[in-house]
Write a protein that binds this ligand. Structure first.
Ligand SMILES: NC(=O)c1ccc[n+]([C@@H]2O[C@H](COP(=O)([O-])OP(=O)(O)OC[C@H]3O[C@@H](n4cnc5c(N)ncnc54)[C@H](OP(=O)(O)O)[C@@H]3O)[C@@H](O)[C@H]2O)c1
Length: 262
């Protein structure tokens, strides 16, 4: 019965990875709360998912560039009497371009969504989960977290924050029954790249993964209680190499890997 099922909240649910998280968690029998900015797309997804699975799906449109959005979301969910077991903080974006030549609002907007809202959401739900003695929080970082990336300076730094933050939370919360896992996908086939204004070159295309494979690896790590996961063998190798190389060399290599196709 839908009423007895656990609830999962997915941010950025209308996007490539968010949609795949929603389908994977619906298939596992979770009731869902879906959030993103586009209310129409969320309603459409909710209708599709509740038709295909015996679950309840709630929709809450929110813009995480708004500093009050996370608290409002928590209050609305609480007012509905929903306790979140699995929180997937997935909403985020990157824009390609040289930092000094791009608008100030764009840089600060990435920090707002990728860092501030992620921290705020983790904070509003982690306390409640710890008091209940159980819960799961999945933070979506990126392989960009492992090195500086010229052309994606703010984005890569924001994901480095997510990786560090998530590992610390994992240790703080595990004794209180809450699992925090950071997933670090490499290039994945989603609308992310259109918004970033980026055409992947041959090197990056060679390691491109589907959202479904990334999501399965991420959820497997989350429910196994691991602190982090890098989906895909090639991505694992690439991130492993960052442990042995100086940052200046990594930044140079990353600028080639993340350059546009000619
Ligand atoms: N694709 C990749 O190669 C890749 C690799 C590593 C990590 N990631 C990370 O994976 C996550 C999901 O990205 P994706 O690839 O699925 O990209 P995507 O298809 O562009 O999805 C991004 C999602 O975030 C939501 N979003 C963006 N700005 C928002 C805001 N201000 N407030 C609320 N929601 C907002 C979007 O919904 P609305 O537009 O409806 O708001 C959308 O649902 C991101 O954190 C990204 O950094 C992606």
């Amino acid at each position: 019965m839908a009423g007895d099922r656990k609830w999962a909240l997915i941010t950025g649910a209308t996007g490539g990875l968010g949609r795949a998280f929603a389908v994977a968690l619906a298939t596992r029998g979770y009731n869902l709360v879906l959030t993103a900015r586009k209310a129409d797309a969320l309603e459409e997804m909710a209708a599709e998912l509740s038709l295909a699975h015996p679950i309840e799906v709630a929709v809450e449109a929110a813009d995480f560039a708004d500093p009050n959005a996370c608290l409002r979301l928590k209050e609305t969910i609480g007012a509905r009497g929903i306790a979140i077991d699995t929180l997937v903080i997935n909403a985020g974006y990157g824009v390609q371009g040289r930092f000094a030549g791009r608008p100030r609002d764009e840089a600060l907007g990435m920090v707002d969504v990728n860092v501030r809202a992620l921290t705020d959401l983790a904070h509003v739900f982690a306390g409640e989960m710890a008091d209940r003695g159980g819960g799961h929080i999945l933070l979506v970082a990126s392989t960009a977290a492992f090195q500086p990336i010229p052309g994606y300076a703010v984005y890569a730094a924001s994901k480095a924050y997510v990786l560090s933050f998530g590992h610390a939370l994992h240790r703080e919360l595990r004794r209180r029954g809450v699992v925090v896992t950071v997933t670090c996908p490499g290039p994945t086939e989603t609308p992310f790249w259109d918004r970033a204004g980026h055409r992947l070159n041959r090197m990056a295309s060679a390691v491109l993964m589907t959202p479904e494979v990334v999501v399965e690896a991420s959820l497997k790590a989350l429910y196994a209680g691991r602190p982090s996961v890098v989906p895909g063998f090639a991505n694992k190798l690439i991130t492993l190499s960052t442990r042995f190389l100086p940052r200046s060399l990594l930044a140079w290599g990353a600028s080639y890997f993340m350059s546009n196709a000619k």
